[in-house]
Design a protein around this ligand. Sequence first.
Ligand code: ADP
Ligand code: ADP
Length: 246
Amino acid sequence: PTVLELQDLHRHYPLMKGAIFRRRVGTVYAVDGIDLEIRKGETLGLVGESGCGKSTTLLEVLQLKPPTEGNVVVLGKDVREIRSGAERRELRRDLQVVFQDPMASLDPRLPVFDIIAEPMTVQKMDKQAVEKRVRELMALVGLEPSHADRYPQHFSGGQRQRIGIARALALEPKLLVLDEPVSALDVSIQAGVINLLDELKTRLGLSYLFVAHDLSVVRHIADRVAVMYLGKLVEVGDVDRVFDHP
Ligand code: ADP
Ligand code: ADP
C-alpha cells in the first residue's frame, strides 16, 4: 500500500512587483509537476538545493488542501475529497512533522512533559494514560523519563530533537515528515538521531518523507531518493543507484 502519492503536483505563486502597487509581473513555478509515491514502511529522501521547492512540496502535503494543479493522496485519502475541517484534522493526526530546529519548535516555557503531552491533551486523552504514554515515549527516544519536569533549555541539541520526535509520535502517526531533522545539529550527534529514526521506523512500522538539502544526510536511512531541481524531480531511484550516478 501507498502512504503518500503526489500526482503531477503543481504549486505556483504570483510574482509581485512593488510594495504599493502589488502588480503581478509573473509566476513562480515553485513546484512544477511532481510525481512521487511513498510505500508503507519506506523512507523517501527528498533532496535538493535551497529554493528548489522542497518546503513548498511539504506544505502541499501538510495542508491537506487541493494544490494549484495535480493531486495529493495521503494515506489513501484524496485531499480533494476532504469535506470538513474535522475530517482534515483527523487525517492530520496520522501525519506528523519533525522540524529542523528543535529550539524554535519547542516552547521554552513548558516542561518537557507538557510539550510531549500536548497533542494527547488536545485529544482529551485520560490524564493517567497521558502520564504513562509520556514516560513510554521518552524511553522510546532515548530520554530519561524522570527528566520530564525539566525545560527544553536543559537538554542538549540532540536530546531536544528527541523531544520533538517523541511529541510527533504521541498520537501514533503513520507517516512522519522529517523536515531537515538533523541539519541544525552538531555533526557529531547527527548519526545518533538518524539511527534512532531508523530504528523507530522499523519498530513502529512508520513511513518517512525525509527532506534534506544534502544527499549525504539521507544516504544511510533512505530506501529511495528523489532529487529536486527548479520545481521538478530530476532523478528518483534507489539510494545506491542515485549515489553511483556520475
Ligand atoms: P526549498 O524549500 O527547496 O528551499 P521553497 O519551496 O522554499 O524551496 O521555494 C521554491 C521557490 O518558490 C523559490 O523560488 C521561492 O522563492 C518561491 N516561493 C516559496 N514560497 C513562496 C511564496 N509564498 N510566494 C512566492 N514565492 C515563493
Ligand atoms: P545526544 O544526541 O543527545 O547528544 P546520543 O546520540 O549520544 O546523545 O544519545 C542519547 C541517548 O540516546 C543515549 O542514552 C543513547 O543510548 C540513546 N540512543 C542512541 N542511539 C539510539 C538508537 N538508535 N535508538 C535508541 N536510543 C539510542
